[in-house]
Design a protein around this ligand. Structure first.
Ligand code: COI
Length: 357
């Protein structure tokens, strides 16, 4: 598919951020975006790169009313040899199509999307920051655009990708975060949309996150909606525990997001010969391990933060320290290994990295 390009004149490009060590997350956007349209009967068509800017949408567009939307999050890095790399991009686009299936959005052609995304990143490559821990965040999104208030699937959609330079996701950076075990609200239930990357999951998480922040915690630990015991995720990330040498994460049972970083951590730990399990753990198991001194580490995994060490877990009025509140050795090793692979600086035994430019 031919990708049309309408680029801004060089003298109208925005200034790049002066301080790459204070980029924050998700507030700075580049000069261009990628767009593609869908219409019933016509399919996905007209991929194009255009100047970044606001859309005009009908106030009745279905995205505003019923939330028929999916999105993804990936990163592009300026790495070894000055080249531009992406990490497992096909895995994100495949997941986006699985999310589309759950939200009744027509699937996108994987190869066209990947090629169009690489093209956008090549256009925007001067925006990729070079400071340690920074990257160009890439946000593919699909929204329902038909103007109709009937609850049904939309007949038209807009696919777009925006990008922007980012630093650490959390203000804590790579430092351990304090976690609140959420007993009142739930994120998702089996049969719902928990395993899809769709806006509604994030909207419904805000109340718990707000209340946890007010109490001084960075994120919430989500428990299973039915038994209110089994561990699901932490904030917007998958979660891992290391208990008595065993690395454990929740199984993909339908209510948690199948994270690309989660899958990469599992592959690396198995590659290193560690004892790795995808099995259900309960909050009682975690507290018992903390009391017995066998809870060695806990960390969240996600594209935005990569690895986010957990320093303490707050449950029923009590704080339980993890790894003495420090970043554990495995968290550090995984962070170094994954970011090293992402930058093309470490061997890539699984063929995860794609050189884009
Ligand atoms: C990630 O950890 O990559 C996420 O999904 C967070 C994102 C919603 C900002």
């Amino acid at each position: 598919m031919n990708i049309a390009k309408t680029l801004k004149p060089k003298d109208q490009l925005k200034p790049k951020p002066a301080d790459e060590n204070n980029l924050g997350f998700g507030r700075i956007f580049t000069d261009h975006m990628l767009l593609m349209d869908y219409q019933t009967g016509k399919g996905w068509h007209n991929p194009r790169v255009e100047p970044y800017g606001p859309f005009t949408l009908d106030p009745a567009a279905m995205i505003f009313h019923y939330g028929q939307e999916v999105f993804e999050g990936l990163k592009a890095y300026r790495g070894e040899g000055g080249h531009v790399y992406m990490f497992r991009p096909a895995a994100n686009i495949e997941r986006m199509n699985r999310s589309c299936d759950r939200l009744c959005i027509p699937a996108l052609p994987n190869e066209v999307v990947l090629e169009a995304m690489y093209e956008l990143i090549r256009v925007e490559q001067d925006w990729i920051p070079r400071a340690e821990g920074t990257s160009l965040y890439v946000r593919p999104t699909i929204i329902a655009t038909e103007a109709c208030l009937g609850v049904k699937t939309s007949a038209t959609y807009l696919f777009y990708i925006i990008t922007g330079p980012v630093g650490a996701y959390y203000a804590e950076g790579f430092n351990p975060v304090r976690i609140w075990v959420e007993e009142k609200y739930v994120r998702a239930a089996i049969g719902g949309t928990g395993e899809a990357k769709t806006s509604g999951n994030y909207a419904s998480s805000l109340k718990a996150a707000t209340e946890a922040h007010e109490k001084g915690f960075t994120q919430v630990l989500w428990l299973n909606a039915c038994d209110r015991q089994s561990i699901e995720e932490v904030g917007t990330m998958n979660i891992f525990f290391k208990i008595a040498g065993e690395v454990i994460t929740s199984p993909l049972d339908g209510s948690i997001l199948p994270g690309v970083t989660r899958d990469s951590v599992l592959a690396l730990c198995r590659h290193w010969g560690m004892n790795v399990s995808e099995r259900q753990l309960t909050i009682d198991d975690i507290i018992a391990a903390a009391k017995a001194g066998t809870l060695e580490e806990a960390f969240g995994t996600g594209t935005a933060a990569v690895i986010s060490p957990v320093g303490s877990i707050h449950f029923k009025g009590q704080d339980y320290q993890v790894a003495d509140g420090q970043t554990g050795a495995l968290s550090l090793k995984l962070y170094d290994e994954i970011t090293g692979i992402q930058l093309g600086k470490k061997p890539d035994p699984f063929g995860w990295v794609v050189k884009v430019a």
